[in-house]
Design a binder for this molecule. Structure first.
Ligand SMILES: [Zn+2]
Length: 529
């Protein structure tokens, strides 16, 4: 039996139930900045592992008050009936890649290095329409699975453009989701970035590898500068940032330019750091120090900096990040899927690193399910050591996926909590769903059991984006048709790219594991650290 929950929240105005469809409510809210009151739900308190009855009063897109049932609200307030629902802050994905969504499910036994080798194939031949479509696909998946904001690093080859980034931003805007859009940029290809790799690639392939060249760093920087100067989206919804993608894929001048640009425009910086052991070893070889120490020298570290992954950070690196007030986007699913290892969230927290949780892109995670990312973050910590007192707890994981990720995105104080002054980004979970029978501990169950299938409604900025499990903003059937058209066309145009990637994979698949088998302490010795 499913009691009150079977009704689902109904929306009414001035105390009347079910008088308006969600789209009408949305339209009128945009006009009038109406007040909304959510009544009858149970509000999750992650730290206390409790979910007590509470009402939420919302003014426009912001929570004005949270109080006991029967909270006073203006007589013309729109009423959302949340009986039988658990209410939790929208989950925030601290790291993903818009372009990956059209490539989901492509590979299986791929290391990070084999994924990077496949990049020109699986992300090749993309038009602006494809960029928009791929971003839309990701946003749709995320909101349906309880995620309301993401830090997105889209790829555009050979350089980012204002039009390309706008296409991604418009994808998020169409769905109604928040995002930080940071183009992933580099001025060295993967093949140029790994010392010794180009030399062992057969000469018959050199001309093809040459064609993968990226734009000179000044071009990428100029394009990003134009993008930041001309950004038209509401920065409370979708804001830009800068992402020199991997330290050794970027010349030092380029990284310094990115730091300067981010500072000029007061936006975030985001970089993959020590994701694979190959990267960590290459960093030691190239710079004679760890990648994090190198980034510190270049002025990258600071409160607006987010390092993705951090699997191979050593304790000094974590201290550098923690002392600088920086964040790590912890992507446990991707780290395992690509064979990179298990990042140590406890060790990061002990050194005051702000930790957010991410899924990474759909070509390496492969779903964008933040519930699963939380579950894996918890499990990975427990798999790392037998000392239970150093295992991360479910409340630490949930706080990382909400407040921690919000800080990584630069939305601290605005997102990640259901409290006065915060944006009304609220997920409704059906307590009548099998995931919640019985309800013993809401924090443990949200992190260890919920998988997105219990999500019924998702509100972002006071607007219902998902209602009764249905997306209110984008026609999913039309999206499916458009996606199939793109898939078919891209498969056709990327045939040569696939052939090249398969040939290169034979070389990369032998060379990089060799590097990864280098004992880390030996690499430090060789690097003079
Ligand atoms: Zn990534």
């Amino acid at each position: 039996m499913v009691p009150a929950t079977a009704e689902g929240p109904s929306v009414g105005r001035g105390g009347h139930v079910n008088v308006a469809s969600t789209s009408e409510v949305v339209a009128s809210r945009l006009e009038d900045q109406l007040t909304t009151v959510i009544r009858g739900g149970r509000l999750l308190d992650a730290r206390a592992h409790r979910a007590d009855a509470a009402d939420i009063l919302i003014d426009g897109d912001t929570i004005r008050e949270v109080g006991a049932p029967g909270l006073t609200a203006p007589s013309d307030a729109t009423v959302v009936d949340a009986r039988g629902k658990l209410l939790h802050p929208g989950l925030i994905n601290a790291h993903t890649h818009a372009h990956g969504n059209l490539a989901k499910g492509t590979g299986d036994r791929w290391t990070l290095e084999l994924l990077l080798t496949a990049g020109p194939w699986i992300s090749g031949g993309r038009s602006l329409a494809d960029a928009h479509l791929s971003a839309t696909l990701g946003a749709v998946e995320m909101v349906l699975k309880g995620c309301t904001a993401s830090y997105d690093l889209p790829l555009e080859w050979p350089a980012p453009t204002p039009e390309g980034l706008d296409a991604v931003a418009r994808g998020y805007a169409a769905v109604g989701m928040r995002a930080v859009v940071a183009p992933m940029v580099a001025d060295r290809t993967f093949f140029e970035a790994i010392p010794g790799l180009l030399e062992i690639i057969p000469t018959s392939l050199h001309r093809d590898v040459e064609k993968l060249r990226l734009a000179p760093w000044k071009t990428s920087l100029d394009n990003m500068r134009r993008t930041l100067a001309g950004w038209t989206h509401d920065r409370d919804r979708i804001r830009p940032a800068v992402a020199p993608t991997i330290p050794h894929h970027c010349s030092d001048e380029f990284i310094r330019g990115c730091v300067e640009l981010a500072r000029e425009h007061d936006v975030g910086l985001h970089t993959h750091v020590a994701e694979s052991k190959v990267q960590a070893i290459v960093g030691l070889k190239r710079y004679g120090k760890t990648l994090t120490a190198h980034l510190e020298d270049l002025g990258v570290l600071g409160p607006r900096f987010t390092a993705a992954h951090g699997v191979w950070l050593d304790p000094d690196d974590m201290k550098r990040l923690g002392d600088a007030g920086a964040s790590v986007a912890h992507n446990p699913g991707s780290n395992m899927r690509l064979g990179n290892g298990l990042a140590d969230m406890r060790a990061m927290l002990e050194r005051r690193v702000n930790v957010g949780i991410g899924t990474d892109g759909a070509s390496c995670s492969d779903n964008l399910n933040m519930y699963e990312a939380m579950r894996l973050a918890s499990f990975v910590s427990k798999a790392q050591r037998p000392d239970v007192e150093r295992w991360v707890t479910t409340d630490e994981v949930l706080l990382a996926a909400t407040e921690g990720s919000a800080q990584a995105l630069g939305f601290e104080g605005k997102l990640g909590r259901l409290a006065p002054g915060y944006k009304a980004d609220i997920v409704f979970v059906d307590l009548g769903h099998i995931n919640w029978m019985p309800l013993n501990d809401p924090t443990n169950q949200l992190v260890h059991i919920e998988d997105g299938s219990g999500v019924t409604h998702v509100m972002i900025g006071g607007r219902m984006i998902v209602q009764d499990r249905r997306l209110m903003t984008v026609d999913v059937a039309a999206l499916a048709r458009e996606t199939e058209g793109a898939r078919e066309r891209l498969a056709r145009v990327n045939v040569p790219g696939k052939e090249l990637a398969e040939k290169l994979a034979m070389v990369v698949g032998r060379f990089c594991p060799g590097l990864a088998h280098t004992p880390y302490h030996v690499a430090r010795y060789i690097g003079g650290v």
